[in-house]
Design a protein around this ligand. Structure first.
Ligand SMILES: NC(=O)c1ccc[n+]([C@@H]2O[C@H](COP(=O)([O-])OP(=O)(O)OC[C@H]3O[C@@H](n4cnc5c(N)ncnc54)[C@H](O)[C@@H]3O)[C@@H](O)[C@H]2O)c1
Length: 386
């Protein structure tokens, strides 16, 4: 049996951590991608690994992470465990000669991110961090247009929801580390520039505004709130371009262009599908764009209210089924690039593409921004980045 990626058309992967993001993204994506083969899963919670293997037809459940490292047939380790373990597991995998895809935030401190930067340099292997929004089709198109129009000068991003802390025990005020890291990375990627400064104005924990300047001369505002309700669209990006004009990305399903001759006024992007789930939404997003996402959000919110008020007809089996179907969450119905991101890494391992994802240095830059934002919140001062 040949196991070398150079002589195979697929990369042999193993997944460690079979929780929420694994079930909503990595398991469906790793088992569908034409250039990957998911060989094994592992979790400290053996039952989680067993049910993942059963549901997705994965051949093997490993008892210990070390068993995956010792297996020469495995080229790529996907780490989706939560930030406290992602650095040590990534460093161990690199030392064992594996490539790594590791979820964001890579770590909660810049110092820990820097450990992975060093470990990758020593290993010569690829590490991709789960800043998947770089691979969302709407963002790829936006960047293509930005390059033609002299870049971005002024950006606004809203990232808001109520769900981010569900079932988790995050202390107040750390959403900037765990969630806004995606936005820091996306803004760096879209401006092609590092941030020069950040200022944080805080109304209450996890409900705040950041103002950033970039070395390119661009400026940005991020509105971050974990305190709204799930019917508000979660992510919106507005960009002023250097050549007069603007772009708006709404929920990754719609890119609107203003003043961009030769570009369609509106581009719509299909949703993300999950095996075993129905895919009507995918077609609706492609045909209708962001109003379709808004309708899904509003419907869920209204039905939840009615259920809480005891107003759902218990005999209405269809409505009950819709309400009980908590998976996948609306967030995972839009295409934020998860599948393309992991597919890209596999292509790089196979030598078919040059690496264009976010690496550990990008995770370090995002972590430095989060740390600076927290310092600004505490001091009330603008924090300059070196
Ligand atoms: N890219 C995205 O859009 C996105 C979305 C959601 C979550 N995430 C990130 O993915 C990571 C996982 O989040 P989640 O919501 O799936 O968490 P989760 O708690 O639902 O799942 C984590 C799983 O990892 C297992 N685990 C923990 N430590 C382990 C270890 N040392 N060895 C083996 N298994 C271990 C747990 O038992 C659990 O099953 C987090 O870093 C999170 O920020 C990314």
């Amino acid at each position: 049996m040949s196991t070398s990626p150079s002589s195979e058309s697929r990369v042999n992967a193993a997944l460690v951590g079979c929780g929420g993001i694994a079930r909503s993204q990595h398991l469906p994506n790793l088992t569908r991608a034409p250039n990957l083969r998911l060989q094994a899963v592992c979790d400290v919670n053996r039952a989680a690994a067993e049910s993942a293997a059963r549901d997705y037809g994965v051949p093997r459940v490993a008892d210990r992470f070390e068993d995956l490292l010792a297996d020469p047939a495995i080229d790529l380790i996907v780490v989706a465990t939560r930030e406290d373990f992602q650095v040590p597991l990534t460093c161990q995998a690199l030392a064992a000669g594996k490539h790594v895809y590791v979820e964001k935030p890579l770590a909660t401190t810049p110092e820990d991110c820097a450990r992975v930067v060093a470990a990758q340099a020593a290993s010569g292997k690829l590490v991709q961090v789960g800043f998947n929004r770089r691979f969302a089709p709407a963002c790829r198109e936006a960047r293509r247009i930005l390059v033609q129009r002299g870049g971005a000068t002024n950006l606004y991003f809203r990232i808001s929801d109520e769900y981010w802390n569900w079932g988790r025990a995050n202390p107040p005020g750390v959403r900037v580390i765990h969630e806004v890291c995606h936005v820091f990375d996306l803004l760096r990627w879209l401006t092609g520039s590092d941030a020069a400064s950040i200022y944080c104005a805080c109304a209450r924990p996890d409900d705040e505004i950041y103002t950033l300047t970039f070395r390119s001369g661009a400026v940005a505002t991020i509105m971050n709130s974990g305190e709204v309700t799930c019917d508000l669209p979660k992510e919106r990006l507005e960009i002023v371009t250097r050549d007069p004009g603007a772009l708006i990305i709404e929920e990754y399903t719609e890119l609107r262009t203003y003043g961009c001759r030769g570009e369609p006024a509106v581009m719509r992007f299909a949703g993300h599908t999950h095996p075993g789930s129905e895919f009507t939404h995918k077609l609706l997003f492609e045909k209708l764009g962001s109003p379709a996402v808004d309708a899904f959000r509003r419907l869920r919110w209204e039905l939840r209210n009615r259920a809480e008020a005891g107003q759902l007809d218990p005999a209405d089996a269809e409505l009950r089924k819709f309400m009980e179907q908590s998976f996948p969450h609306v967030n995972y119905l839009v295409d934020k690039g998860w599948r393309a991101a992991i597919g890209h890494l596999a292509d790089c391992i196979l030598g078919r593409a040059a690496f264009d994802g976010a690496g550990p240095a990008d995770a370090l830059a995002a972590s430095q921004l989060a740390t600076a934002a927290i310092r600004s919140r505490e001091t009330g001062e603008v924090v300059r980045l070196r």
